[in-house]
Design a protein around this ligand. Sequence first.
Ligand SMILES: [Zn+2]
Length: 212
Amino acid sequence: MNLVLLGAPGAGKGTQGNLLVKDLGLKKISTGDIFREILKDPSNPLYEDVKVIKEGKLVTDETVNNVVRYAVETSDNKNFIFDGYPRTLAQADALDKILADNGMKIDAVFELSVTKDVLMYRLLGRRTCRNCKGIFHVSAGYEVCPQCGGELYTRDDDNEETVEARFVEYNTKTMPLIEYYSSKDVKYIKYTVDSVDLTPDDINKKVLPELK
Ligand SMILES: [Zn+2]
């Protein structure tokens, strides 16, 4: 099974993705992770294309697609969960081609959505440790970081305006992808986190039967 994971910022996509990797035995494809892996190995055929990242530059769309192709074709596990890719229609199209060349296709898209109320509660209540970068919610009542004793603070971008802007940006960018996949033979599963009391395990239990 090949799955595309979509998730609004603050929806908990990373956590759910990791649970699905474990439950379904998938290999996670995240471009950031693959870039880091390639940068550690100058003999990698894509090293020259990717090393511009070290100079603070962006890699081209073509390189992103090549990197995904490399990850797909060199993985022993051929059941993938794509996290953070595709971001655009051109990338979705490229991914279809990469998979088709390897006798595969996208079977399902799972979107982890979040209501604006829950998102605001989570992000505006977020406290980050200055020392270890640990993230905690203000409702936990910690005076200092429970991991290292460091100072907890609110990041500048955890404010109502920025969160709202990221929410709108996500929906604008994601809509065309959902339309793209709905025009194909791809199962679309959406789960909306609509309560601040839902734990990652609660969500996983509800989502898993639909994906199996
Ligand atoms: Zn800390």
